[in-house]
Write a protein that binds this ligand. Structure first.
Ligand code: DX5
Ligand code: ZN
Length: 222
């Protein structure tokens, strides 16, 4: 099994939007920047669109991991790719034609990520596992930062890790929601290799230290 070095992706949902550029400067030791796009329909919250993604793009050299929590995401894939998304994640719950949407993301030049709500089983992405660059297992119900990690998702992470390794696939396994120094160890042990963290990074006074602590905890556990 060739486990990759853990990647830390701070979620700007917990950042101060009035000073995004300086907030982004505090996380330059991270690997990716996670950007949560919410439409007030798929999830109750409303956040940002391609215009802000484009502004984030200009303010950091880190790749943008864009998490679309919107209905009919296929309508906006092109726009988010053009705005500078390196990775575009779509929820399987919003994609009746998931295989087509994955291809659309890749044709737009981005990495394709498929995202699973806590109540959605691993089997829902099994048929497309060979067609994606990433699977994102939600460890909270999407919509808000600062929620509690749902530990019963660990089995789903283990299952996906097993399938990815058995098939020798080059697919990143990401977790999002309630990740902190303790829960990151559980997720890493279960097989995740990319870790989104909102509050655990932006709630810390020293963001660099928070990122280093998360990275260390993930490395030690894996
Ligand atoms: C939740 C978002 C997450 C959120 C994570 O819907 O997808 O990315 O910002 O925040 P924490 O790490 O605070 O749970
Ligand atoms: Zn997210």
């Amino acid at each position: 099994m060739s486990r990759r070095a853990p990647k830390i992706a701070p979620s700007i949902l917990s950042a101060d939007f009035a000073s995004l550029a300086s907030e982004l400067a505090t996380i330059d030791s991270a690997d990716w920047v996670h950007v949560d796009v919410m439409d007030g329909r798929f999830v109750p919250n409303l956040t940002i669109g391609p215009l802000v993604v484009e502004a984030v793009r200009r303010s950091t050299s880190l790749p943008l991991d864009v998490h679309l929590m919107i209905v009919e995401p296929e309508r906006y894939v092109q726009e988010f790719a053009r705005a500078g998304a390196a990775t575009i994640g779509v929820h399987v719950e919003t994609c009746p034609h998931l295989h087509r949407t994955i291809n659309q993301i890749r044709e737009a030049g981005a990495r394709a990520s498929v995202v699973l709500n806590p109540s959605t089983p691993a089997s829902s992405v099994e048929p497309v596992l060979g067609d994606v660059d990433q699977v994102l297992v939600m460890t909270v119900n999407p919509g808000f930062g600062g929620q509690k990690f749902i530990a019963s998702m660990l089995g789903k992470i283990e299952t996906l890790r097993r399938w990815i390794d058995e098939r020798g696939l080059d697919v990143a396994l990401e977790v999002d929601g309630g990740i902190g120094p303790e829960t990151i160890a559980l997720a890493a042990r279960a097989g995740a290799d990319v870790f989104v963290a909102g509050n655990a990074v932006f709630g810390a006074r020293d963001r660099g230290e928070a990122i280093a602590a998360l990275r260390k905890a993930a490395q030690q556990a894996a």
